[in-house]
Design a protein around this ligand. Structure first.
Ligand code: WQD
Length: 340
């Protein structure tokens, strides 16, 4: 069976391609390479000995999206949709681009799925939809708060659109609400490739340790948490990738119980920024240069997932621990630096 992965050259998309191929699926990747590199296709082939088909396309363009489905629409059983702009800070300064791109891709892909009779859709969603939780751990039934960025808003709107579209069509969907994906495949052949200065914690840590960045600034040490720094549910990107395979198989095997289902994809454990730094230094033996700085606007204090529903209903749970996440991120950074 064949699956289309939009944004499949990206961080989570490439790892999902590997896990889909490992599970026996064939894969077509459609990616505009605006935030990824075509050589990722070679790396995936190196890992699995199966080369995914690759189509360079800007799926927010109706004609380009149509061409992708003309090429593969009759052969695919489902679509996993990663293609989106995803920088929270950038979205604050470019809201129109974010709404046009992220929602335009979603609508073009779903419209072509309908035309080609493709039924199963996995949406890349985010714990960002919850905002600052009222209680923890956070459940799928916890209230979705008003978005605090256009990026987060596009994730919320996408979920709402999927509700109406799946009710009115033969398309079934599962939205996976990611917590904080970090780490890299054990081969260190694929991983996170941030453009420019990283926004996210782990790439900034690994680039600091590699000497690319001078110092990591820890944004805030006066939060109401045990050590004063923010807490997040970090999840190994390979565990996250495997969740997409399970979600797609759930629909193919008609085990889904609603037209649209939501699952929290986290580990259920929260770690503070300082705990991540400690894990990194412990697993790598590197001494990290860091200092406290002011809080970052828009950061929530703490969040971690209630993973009961994903475990019981989806039959999935994260396996990798925090140390394997930080070490794999470092091995990936070291390989990136060797290539330079
Ligand atoms: C984690 C913690 C920072 C950088 C974002 C998106 C979310 C998802 C994951 C896409 C926070 C602290 C960070 C630094 C720091 N992205 N930090 N110094 O903000 O939880 O989530 O990325 O889907 O939607 O919102 O992740 O890695 O940016 O920050 O102290 O240089 O690390 O303050 O507490 P975040 P992050």
């Amino acid at each position: 069976m064949k699956v289309l992965i939009t944004g499949g050259c990206g961080f989570i998309g490439s790892h999902t391609c590997v896990e889909l191929q490992n599970a026996g699926f064939d894969v077509v990747i459609a990616d505009d390479l605006s935030n990824s590199k075509a050589e990722v296709v070679d790396r995936i082939e190196q890992i699995t000995n199966k080369r995914p088909e690759f189509i360079k396309a800007n799926l927010s363009d109706k004609e380009e999206c149509k061409k992708v489905f003309e090429a593969c629409g009759k052969d695919i059983v489902g679509v996993i949709n990663f293609a989106a702009f995803k920088a929270v800070g950038e979205s604050m300064t470019k809201p129109i681009e974010y709404y046009k791109n992220n929602l335009g891709i979603l609508l073009n892909v779903l419209d072509n799925m309908r035309q080609y009779g493709v039924s199963y859709f996995v949406q890349s969603s985010s714990c960002t939809v919850y905002g600052e939780p009222d209680s923890l751990p956070i459940k799928e039934t916890s209230p979705v708060k008003d978005a605090t960025s256009p990026y987060g808003h596009t994730k919320q709107i996408a979920e709402q659109m999927l509700g109406f579209i799946t009710s009115a069509s033969d398309i079934k969907a599962i939205a996976l609400r990611y917590f904080n994906p970090i780490g890299a495949h054990e081969s260190a052949l694929i991983g996170e490739l941030p453009n420019g200065v990283p926004n996210n914690l782990l790439p900034f840590i690994t680039q600091t340790a590699a000497g690319i960045r001078k110092e990591l600034r820890v944004f805030g040490n006066d939060y109401p948490t045990p050590d004063g720094t923010c807490i997040r549910d970090y999840i190994h990107v390979v565990d996250l990738a495997k969740a997409h395979v399970v979600a797609m198989k759930r629909m193919i095997e008609h085990k889904n119980k609603k037209d649209l289902e939501f699952f929290n994809i986290g580990t259920g454990h929260g770690y503070s920024v300082l705990q991540i730094i400690n894990s990194f230094e412990k697993t790598t033996g590197e001494k990290l240069n860091w200092s406290f700085a002011d809080r970052r606007a828009g950061d929530i204090i703490q969040i971690w997932a209630d993973t009961t529903f994903a475990k019981e209903e989806l039959g999935w749970q994260a396996k990798e621990d925090i140390d394997s996440m930080t070490l794999s991120a470092w091995k990936w950074q070291q390989r990136l630096d060797e290539k330079k």
